[in-house]
Design a protein around this ligand. Structure first.
Ligand code: NAP
Length: 479
C-alpha cells in the first residue's frame, strides 16, 4: 500500500485535519492507498493558492502555456504504463483499456496545447470611427469535479482546457479512484506548472465537493458526474452565481433497423455493453431492435456476451474486470433484481462469477434483458453496469418517440444500410451526439456534452475551451 498526498500551492501535503481514508482494489478488496481526507478548510487553502497564482498564469503568452501543456503531455506519455497500471488496481480497469485511456489522455492534452495558440477574440463593425473589440479572457479560479470512471480522461480533458485558457483551478477527483489524479500532480510539478495553478484536494463530495460549490473565490465549475449530484451542485453553486458546465448521466438509445448487419453489430453491442464493465456515460442504455430482426439479434447478442472474457484486470486477455466497488456492485445487482421483479425477461447472466479469481472482488457477469417496457426501472434509469436492455419496436415513429421518452439526452446511435432513413431518425433523437453506423468516439477535437438532464455545455474541442472563457467588450472611439 502507498501513501498519497494532496497537491496544494505546489506542495504535496496532508489534509489540515491530518485525517486519511483507505482505498481498495475492486478486483480483490486489497487496500492499495491511504489518501488525505480533505474538507472545506483544505478547499479554502487551495482556492487561496489558485487566486494568488492567477495573475501570473493568465498573463503568460499563449505560446508559453501551450509549451507547458505539451511538456505535460510528453511526461504523461513517458509515464503512461505506470498510470495505466494504477488504473487497474484503483478502478479495476482491464490493462488494455487503461493503456488506451492514457493514450487518449495524452492526445487530449496535445489538442489543448495546440488550441491554446489558436484561441481568438473578435471585433464588431458597429459604426465608423470606432473599434469594438471582444476580448476572450480566462474566467478565474475553476472548480473541476470529476467522477470515478475513466479518471485520466476526465483529468486531462478538464485540466487541459483550464490551463490552455489561462485559468487556475482546484480539482477534486472522486474519492474512490483518486490515485491517477494524485500521481498526475507529480507530472504537473515536474513540468513547470507554477505553484498554485493546479491544486488537487481529495475527500468526499459531501464535504470537499460541496465546499468547492460554495466557495465564493471560485467563479466556474466544470462537473462530470450523475445528474442527481449535478442538480444539488447547481443549488450550492448559486451562492455567487458561478458559471457551470455539466456533463451528466445518460440512457443512450442504440437503434437497430431491420436492414442492419446484425452479425457484426451484435458483437459490437456486447463489447460496448461490457466496456469498462458498463461504467461509461456513453454506454448503450437501451437496445431498440426492429421486430423483424429482434429475435436473431438477441440470440447473437447473447452469444457475443458469452464470449466476453471476465477476469483479473491485470490479465492482457481480460475484456471486463470488476465494477468499481462493492457498493456499486450492489447497486447494479439491485437494478437486475428490479428488472426481474418488474416483469422483464432475463436471458443471460446478472449473477456473480465463481472461482478463486473472483472471490474477493466486485464482479457482475454480463446480463441481457428482453421484453423491457418503458415503465420499468431498467428502461428509465442509468444502470452503469454490464447490462443489455432490449426493447422491440415496429415503426420509425415509434422508436423515435420511445428513444426520446427519457429525462436524459447524452448520445445515441442508429444502425442501418439505408443512410437517408438513418439520418432522418438521428436528426430527431434529442441528444447532444448521435452516430449513424458508428459508435461515439470521444476525442480532443470533437465537442462532447448532452441535452436535457444529461447536462449543458461541452467538453473538448474549441467549444469546450470556450466554456472556460468570458468575453469582455472594449470600445475605442476615434471619430
Ligand atoms: P457522482 O456520484 O455524481 O460523483 C461525481 C463527483 O462529484 C465525485 O467526485 C463526487 O465525489 C462528487 N460529489 C458527490 N457529491 C457531491 C456534492 N454534493 N457536491 C459536489 N460534488 C459532489 O458520479 P459518479 O458516480 O462518480 O460517476 C458516475 C456518473 O457520472 C454517471 O452518472 C455517469 O453517466 C456520469 N458521467 C458522465 C460523463 C459525461 O461525459 N456526460 C462522463 C463520465 C461520467 P465523491 O465520489 O468523492 O463523493
Amino acid at each position: 500500500m502507498n501513501t498519497y498526498k494532496m497537491y496544494i500551492d505546489g506542495q504535496f501535503t496532508d489534509a489540515i485535519s491530518g485525517k486519511t481514508y483507505l482505498t481498495e482494489n475492486p478486483a480483490n478488496g486489497e487496500i492499495v492507498g491511504e489518501i488525505p481526507l480533505g474538507n472545506a478548510e483544505d478547499v479554502d487553502k487551495a482556492v487561496e493558492a489558485a487566486r494568488a497564482a492567477l495573475p501570473e498564469w493568465s498573463a503568460k503568452s499563449m505560446a508559453e502555456r501551450s509549451d507547458i501543456i505539451n511538456r505535460i503531455a510528453d511526461e504523461l506519455d513517458r509515464r503512461s504504463e505506470e498510470l495505466a497500471q494504477l488504473d487497474v488496481i484503483d478502478h479495476g480497469t482491464p490493462i488494455s483499456l487503461g493503456r488506451m485511456w492514457e493514450h487518449i489522455g495524452v492526445s487530449n492534452l496535445r489538442y489543448t496545447a495546440s488550441a491554446a495558440r489558436a484561441l481568438m477574440g473578435d471585433s464588431v463593425p458597429m459604426r465608423p470611427n470606432a473599434i469594438y473589440t471582444l476580448e476572450r479572457q480566462p474566467i478565474g479560479v475553476c472548480g473541476l469535479i470529476v467522477p470515478w470512471n475513466s479518471p485520466i480522461l476526465m483529468v486531462t480533458s478538464k485540466l487541459g482546457a483550464c490551463l490552455a485558457t489561462g485559468n487556475t483551478c482546484v480539482m477534486k477527483p472522486a474519492s474512490i479512484s483518486a490515485l491517477v489524479a494524485l500521481v498526475f500532480a507529480e507530472i504537473l510539478d515536474s513540468c513547470g506548472v507554477p505553484p498554485g495553478v493546479v491544486n488537487i484536494v481529495t475527500g468526499p463530495g459531501g464535504s470537499v465537493g460541496e465546499a468547492i460549490a460554495k466557495n465564493r473565490g471560485i467563479e466556474f465549475i466544470s462537473f462530470t458526474g450523475s445528474s442527481e449530484t449535478g442538480k444539488s451542485l447547481m443549488a450550492s453553486a448559486s451562492c455567487n452565481l458561478k458559471r457551470l458546465h455539466m456533463e451528466l448521466g445518460g440512457k443512450n438509445p442504440f437503434i437497430v433497423l431491420d436492414d442492419a448487419d446484425i452479425d457484426k453489430l451484435a458483437v459490437q453491442a456486447a463489447r460496448s455493453t461490457c466496456n469498462n464493465s458498463g461504467m461509461v456515460c456513453a454506454s448503450p442504455g437501451r437496445y431498440y431492435l426492429h421486430e423483424k430482426i429482434h429475435d436473431q439479434f438477441v440470440e447473437k447478442f447473447i452469444a457475443a456476451m458469452k464470449e466476453i472474457v471476465v477476469g483479473d484486470p491485470h490479465d492482457e486477455k481480460t475484456n471486463m474486470g470488476p465494477v468499481v466497488s462493492e457498493e456499486h456492485r450492489d447497486r447494479v445487482e439491485r437494478y437486475i433484481k428490479s428488472g426481474i421483479e418488474e416483469g422483464a425477461k432475463i436471458l443471460l447472466g446478472g449473477d456473480r462469477p465463481v472461482g478463486s479469481t473472483f472471490d474477493k472482488g466486485y464482479y457482475v457477469m454480463p446480463a441481457v434483458f428482453s421484453d423491457v417496457k418503458s415503465n420499468m426501472t431498467i428502461f428509465r434509469e442509468e444502470i452503469f453496469g454490464p447490462v443489455g436492455v432490449c426493447v422491440k419496436f415496429s415503426t420509425d415513429e415509434e422508436v423515435i418517440a420511445s428513444a426520446n421518452d427519457t429525462e436524459f439526452g447524452l448520445c445515441g446511435t442508429v444502425w442501418t444500410e439505408d443512410i437517408k432513413r438513418g439520418l432522418k431518425i438521428a436528426s430527431k433523437i434529442d441528444a447532444g451526439a448521435v452516430g449513424v453506423n458508428t459508435g461515439m468516439l470521444v476525442s480532443g477535437e470533437t465537442p462532447w456534452g448532452g441535452f436535457k438532464e444529461s447536462g449543458f455545455g461541452k467538453e473538448n474541442s474549441m467549444y469546450g475551451l470556450e466554456e472556460y472563457t468570458r468575453i469582455k467588450m472594449m470600445v475605442v472611439d476615434f471619430s
